[in-house]
Design a binder for this molecule. Structure first.
Ligand code: UDP
Length: 480
């Protein structure tokens, strides 16, 4: 089939690996398994180096066309490492960039898109796409639980005075779903963003969710059966996951060195420590983590970013860069020497999927970003939860309830009144996952979920079936 004949889909992602990676994987599947051509509209302002590498990867299919949206001026905004963190800057970048969306969509030298698929930060593309008669779909790069919260949030919000949610008690009971702890919901800063998303969901043509039936059966059934979800105006939901990165070729020499180091370690002996693309610890917390790992006596591979007192996502826009700083300058004195035989520390970036896939890795200290969660599960690795921002606390609670993770307790008080995890709690959690019976059980449960993920994505699997139905609808205009 010629380029002009292949049906065309456009995807649009905000900057950052947590969104670009699953959207690229979705694009790849639409091309390889369903015969589409896909345009990826990339927001390049502040794009982290890892994103640039991903979009320039020569192994991407030839029917995937990357179009860079014009850069915008961000000089008037906070750099993202201030106390407000990354979100305001990200929203500003997206909002300014989307001013060019209409002309870019019109000028694409391809057949009109059968669908525009956007990530949650790009939801405001909906109006432009609707004007151009392009049906818009959301790809929720988080859990079905988060989608349930998004759909239910206007109900909670309408019942509150101002932003005081305390009168709803400890738990939020979304009809038909497992209760969520109020304390786990998104931080206050994200509430306007959540409402913005909630208000637009009913107008979408559908929501693709990066999850699968066996991981979130209760919530996914609620969408289909619970009177609340049947009553509220909501588009169909499509659990099409877990879509995770499959191309694991290390690109930098530091990355291949890490894999070479893993090769020399015994099976299931290493704990991998990483806080996603932006996660950043305070100096005190970094020190406790270093001592906790050392006290555990376990082998480790640690992606250790320079600390920040200001916010927990300070390195978001820098990930993947070769930071020239010496980790010895921010780790406890002598730590690197004392642990030379046990672990490796890398600045900024590791080939995470290749690390989690490696047989020597058995545990993952994670910030619980949804992609990290999925990558850990699809490789059968048990987790130690260390949520930092966004909806990560919700994810952490779900993992502990699922029996694939242990929570690190934050008992120690830092100078500025924040709670941090002390070295003894870290040591205990690492040991629990790496050596105890409980750790074995968690890994076993992770492997069960791993095989359910394989079957969801197999030819006859439920997630593949969902994507096939969507593909048929987009190709032939059929119903789903
Ligand atoms: N990642 C990686 N190497 C790193 C840190 C992160 O490859 O050192 C990748 C990770 O595999 C995942 C993504 O970056 O695909 C992070 O997404 P996630 O949803 O876990 O967290 P976020 O960065 O969005 O908070």
């Amino acid at each position: 089939m010629s380029q002009q004949q292949k049906p065309h889909i456009t995807v649009l992602s905000s900057p950052g690996m947590g969104h670009v990676t699953p959207l690229i994987e979705l694009a790849r599947r639409l091309i390889v398994d369903h015969g589409f051509q896909v345009t990826v509209l990339a927001i390049t302002t502040d794009a982290p180096p890892a994103q640039v590498q991903l979009l320039n990867n020569p192994s991407l299919p030839s029917d995937l066309h990357v179009v860079h949206l014009p850069q915008v001026d961000v000089s008037s905004t906070d750099s993202g490492d201030g106390p407000a963190g990354v979100v305001p800057r990200l929203l500003y970048i997206v909002q300014e960039t989307l001013r060019s969306l209409r002309s870019v969509l019109i000028s694409l030298q391809r057949p009109l898109s059968r669908a525009l698929i956007v990530d949650p930060f790009c939801i405001e593309a909906l109006e432009t796409a609707t004007d151009l008669s392009i049906p818009t779909y959301l790809f929720l790069t988080g859990s079905a639980s988060f989608l349930a919260l998004t759909m239910y949030f206007p109900t909670i919000h309408a019942a509150q005075v101002g932003r005081d949610y305390s009168n709803i008690g400890d738990k939020v009971c979304i009809p038909g779903c497992k209760p969520l702890w109020l304390d786990d919901l998104v931080p206050e800063l994200l509430i306007p963003q959540l409402l913005n998303l909630s208000n637009r969901v009913p107008v979408l043509k559908g929501v693709l969710v990066n999850t699968w039936e066996e991981l979130e059966p209760v919530t996914l059934s609620a969408f289909k059966e619970n009177p609340f979800f049947l009553r509220v105006p909501s588009p169909p939901t499509y659990p099409i996951g877990p879509l995770t990165k499959i191309d694991t070729e290390p690109v930098a020499s530091t990355e291949s060195n890490l894999l070479k180091w893993l090769e020399k370690q015994p099976p299931e002996s290493v704990v991998y420590v990483s806080f996603g693309s932006g996660g950043t610890l305070s100096a005190e917390q970094m020190t406790e983590l270093a001592f906790g790992l050392e006290l555990s006596g376990k082998r480790f591979l640690w992606v250790a970013r320079p600390p920040s007192q200001a916010n927990a996502s300070a390195s978001f826009f820098e990930t993947g860069c070769d930071d020239a700083r010496d980790p010895a300058s921010f780790l406890p004195d002598g730590f690197l020497d004392r642990t030379r035989e046990l672990g490796v520390v890398t600045l900024s970036w590791a080939p995470q999927v290749a690390v989690l896939r490696h047989p020597s890795v058995a545990g993952f200290v994670t910030h619980c970003g949804w992609n990290s969660v999925l990558e850990s599960i699809v490789h059968g690795v048990a987790m130690i939860t260390w949520p930092l921002y966004a909806e990560q606390k919700m994810n952490a609670t779900m993992l502990v309830d699922e029996g694939v993770a242990v929570r690190i307790k934050k008992l120690q008080v830092e100078q500025d009144g924040k709670r941090i995890a002390g070295r003894r709690e870290i040591e205990t959690a690492v040991r629990m996952v790496m050596e105890g019976e409980e750790g074995k059980r968690m890994r076993q449960r992770a492997r069960e979920l791993q095989s359910s993920a394989v079957s969801a994505l197999s030819h006859d699997g439920l997630s593949s079936g969902c994507l096939t139905r969507l593909g048929n609808k987009w190709r032939d205009g059929g119903t789903v």
